[in-house]
Ligand binder design. Sequence first.
Ligand code: HEC
Ligand code: HEC
Ligand code: HEC
Length: 93
Amino acid sequence: MKRIIAIIAAVLFCTGLALAEEPQKTIELPAKSGNVIFEHQKHIDMKHTCTPCHTTEAGGKIEGFGKEMAHDVCKGCHAQGTGPTKCTECHHK
Ligand code: HEC
Ligand code: HEC
Ligand code: HEC
């Protein structure tokens, strides 16, 4: 029993460490056509998972992030009728 509690405590401790590094709430993505203010936290709250955009649940820098991927992933999901798809709804001069 004691050992099980110790294991649970260790797991909770590790999860705590992982969560300690909170991702940014808002990320400004620079673009010539106008920077995109991306509400990271709001999107996390909506989806409760990281993998629509990140390859793992740990998140972090997205390899090769740029126009192609953004328009694919971001607009792709929005086009299902839930989010902005017009240029100026994302790009603000
Ligand atoms: C709807 C898309 C989306 C979702 C969902 C998402 N992220 Fe992100 N995240 C991004 C984008 C875009 C960036 C900026 C990428 C870059 O600059 O390479 C980013 C950057 C990050 C970064 C590095 C910058 C920072 O904030 O310190 C971390 C860490 C991160 N995300 C963690 C997470 C975690 C953890 C989750 C899930 C709980 C998550 N993200 C869910 C899109 C998303
Ligand atoms: C869902 C939000 C969204 C919509 C809608 C959208 N974009 Fe983007 N766009 C982005 C993001 C995010 C990036 C990548 C920014 C980065 O890499 O920092 C980007 C990148 C770009 C780039 C490259 C800019 C650079 O500096 O390299 C151009 C050009 C662009 N978009 C034009 C458009 C046009 C034109 C439209 C409308 C037809 C449009 N975008 C619609 C989010 C969007
Ligand atoms: C899995 C689906 C999904 C993905 C992927 C996604 N979004 Fe969204 N996004 C939404 C939904 C749903 C809304 C509408 C939220 C609302 O109206 O409350 C939204 C709203 C927005 C808005 C306008 C409202 C706000 O909160 O700022 C912007 C800008 C935006 N998204 C940018 C992005 C960018 C940039 C990416 C890619 C890095 C992205 N989204 C990826 C679902 C998604």
